[in-house]
Ligand binder design. Structure first.
Ligand SMILES: Cc1cc2nc3c(=O)[nH]c(=O)nc-3n(C[C@H](O)[C@H](O)[C@H](O)COP(=O)(O)O)c2cc1C
Length: 196
């Protein structure tokens, strides 16, 4: 394949690989570092580089599992919406991963850009990481579940009140090298060309 075909193939064949598709084997830290390095090359208006990542592995995954399940329990119990199944998912899912990368967006002091631009730049960084994982044959998916949008979660990830937690990249070795087939509606349905 020439380099253009490699890029086209990588983009089209990247898939979200979920925790039930992970084998439990560890992913090499070197690959995680390359994912982070490629994330860091995302486009960024005014060079604010707003993406911040916290990488959990080993005992760190237990810390994250404990933190998010207990926070969920506290908040949901106060609201009267506590669900034991959800609690158990939050306590167990991280343990099926090799690594989890918490995705943060850090606002600058002077806030020279609209918040949405910083969220967009961070999402570009995440896609760079997902494509990198896929190129190495590593499974991952972006989750915005759990405590992602809990204000109380931010300090645990080094984020302040103006920053945002944007979710988690769950990473693991896939059980199979046969990846699921993707599906998309044709691009033509989503594009309007203005020519004349
Ligand atoms: C911002 C964002 C948040 C997502 N959050 C979740 C999630 O919470 N749970 C989940 O199962 N998948 C989540 N996904 C993954 C999507 O379900 C997945 O991208 C979609 O099904 C398309 O599949 P593909 O990634 O294999 O092409 C998220 C994706 C994005 C971009």
């Amino acid at each position: 394949m020439d380099s253009i075909e490699v890029v086209n193939h990588a983009i089209k064949n990247r898939r979200s690989i979920y925790t039930n598709m992970f084998s439990g084997e560890p992913v090499d830290d070197g690959i995680i570092k390359q994912m982070l390095e490629n994330g860091n090359w995302a486009p960024t208006h005014k060079h604010t580089e707003p993406w911040r990542f916290v990488v959990f592995k080993g005992k760190g995954l237990h810390k994250l599992a404990n933190f998010q399940s207990e926070l969920y329990k506290k908040v949901a119990s106060e609201k009267g919406t506590f669900d034991q199944n959800k609690f158990e998912k939050l306590a167990n899912k991280p343990l099926a991963c090799s690594h989890i990368i918490a995705i943060g967006m850090k606002r600058e002091e002077k806030e020279s850009l609209p918040e949405i631009e910083e969220v967009c730049a961070t999402a570009c960084a995440v896609q760079n990481m997902q494509l990198t994982a896929s190129a190495y044959g590593i499974g991952c998916y972006w989750s915005t579940g759990g405590v992602t949008f809990y204000e109380e979660a931010k300090p645990f990830f080094g984020l302040g009140s103006k920053d945002k937690l944007l979710g988690f990249l769950f990473i693991g070795m896939p059980k199979s090298d046969k990846w699921p087939k993707g599906k998309r509606k044709p691009i033509d349905e989503k594009v309007r060309w203005v020519k004349d």
